[in-house]
Design a protein around this ligand. Structure first.
Ligand code: NAI
Length: 338
């Protein structure tokens, strides 16, 4: 931060300088869109993560304000702010993990696809800079429509000759977080002990909870299945409507983003058995991208698990999901190719 630089100059303290360079061990993480509704609580939670040594906060507005604020937290990560396109490359150089919540959120009545026209260009620009400055970084994409922005990122990286399908991950963790919560609610369980696989994508019918595979094993009535599937698929809309024009999920999303980013960092550190759902380049179905359980490791996605046995209800849901996903993927790919 500028004030830290001034302190170094004023006091000439070598030890201050040392911290300013982010010299401690740990991972270097950048958040692009860090001053937004998701970005701010996400930045705060990442500053609390002991695996992070250096936290770069980039936005086109208010990046320095958020940075000054968060930099006063007495946790070990060093925080630096980067404002505007001319500082984007500096924000990215040397990063191990880049998290992207930049872009506009939904208002009531909008689908995630309605955000495409604005967010597609934002994600494209940010990924072009990632390809140039930190092509080996793991990239977590939050900006909607995730079903299209991940294919956009992949195309940008392909164009730059640096695409590694293991390193580009669409964040669908909020769907899993919601599914765990809603299932726990009706079964009277502690949500921390519930694990619901949610596959497909991140919009409406493409969000496919596999309730037949819930752990601990639960048996639901058809009424419960209909209720849960509908609530999980429309959880985002529930928040958009409750906020009535003031945005979409930000706090639960920041929580989910940190849960996922933390898993990526644990995997980078070499932890075994780090398994979560994510939307990635995949051969699990005939589509080029699909969300399913993946095992994370030092290189990103190390293994993609098959969907497992589906019941008839889930097979019908899968067909619907694939139909919509195919169009969203194609839209993203064409956007970069055109
Ligand atoms: P917001 O509008 O509060 O914040 C977005 C931030 O991005 C703003 O600070 C804005 O200045 C910044 N920004 C805009 N253009 C930029 C650029 N070119 N470079 C860097 N930063 C830029 O929106 P919010 O609520 O934080 O949502 C962000 C995105 O996350 C939306 O697209 C939303 O749909 C998506 N989202 C995704 C979820 C998921 O589960 N994957 C869940 C909830 C939201």
């Amino acid at each position: 931060p500028p004030n830290l630089q001034k302190m170094v100059e004023d006091l000439g303290l070598e030890r201050v300088n040392c911290r300013a360079k982010g010299a401690s061990s740990g991972f270097k993480v950048a958040i692009l869109g860090a001053a937004g509704g998701i970005g701010q609580p996400l930045a705060m939670l990442m500053k609390m993560n002991p695996l992070v040594s250096l936290l770069h906060l980039y936005d086109v507005v208010n990046a320095h304000g958020v940075t000054a604020d968060i930099s006063h937290m007495d946790t070990s990560a060093v925080v630096r702010g980067f404002l505007g396109q001319q500082q984007l490359e500096d924000a990215l150089i040397g990063m191990d993990l880049v998290i992207i919540p930049a872009g506009v959120p939904r208002k009531p009545g909008m689908t995630r696809d309605d955000l495409f026209n604005i967010n597609a260009g934002i994600v494209k620009t940010l990924c072009e800079a990632i390809a140039k400055c930190c092509p080996k970084a793991i990239v977590n994409i939050i900006s909607n429509p995730v079903n299209s922005t991940v294919p956009i990122a992949a195309e940008v990286f392909k164009k730059a000759g640096v695409f590694d399908p293991k390193r580009v991950l669409g964040v669908t963790m909020l769907d899993v977080v919601r599914a765990n919560t809603f299932v726990a609610e009706i079964m009277g369980l502690d949500p921390r002990e519930v694990d619901v696989p949610v596959v497909g994508g991140h919009a409406g019918v493409t969000i496919l909870p596999l309730l037949s595979q819930v752990k601990p094993s639960c048996s639901f009535t058809q009424k419960e299945i209909d209720y849960l599937t509908d609530r999980i698929q429309n959880g985002g809309t529930e928040v958009v409507e409750a906020k009535a024009g003031a945005g979409s999920a930000t706090l639960s999303m920041a929580y989910a983003a940190v849960k996922f980013a933390d898993a990526c960092l644990q995997a980078l550190r070499g932890d075994a058995a780090v398994v979560h759902c994510a939307y990635v380049a995949s051969e699990v179905t005939e589509l080029p991208f699909f969300a399913s359980k993946v095992r994370l490791g030092r290189n990103g996605v190390e293994e993609i698990y098959p969907l497992g046995p589906l019941n008839e209800y889930e097979r019908a849901g899968l067909e619907k999901a694939k139909k919509e996903l195919a169009g969203s993927i194609q839209k993203g790919v064409s956007f970069v190719k055109k």
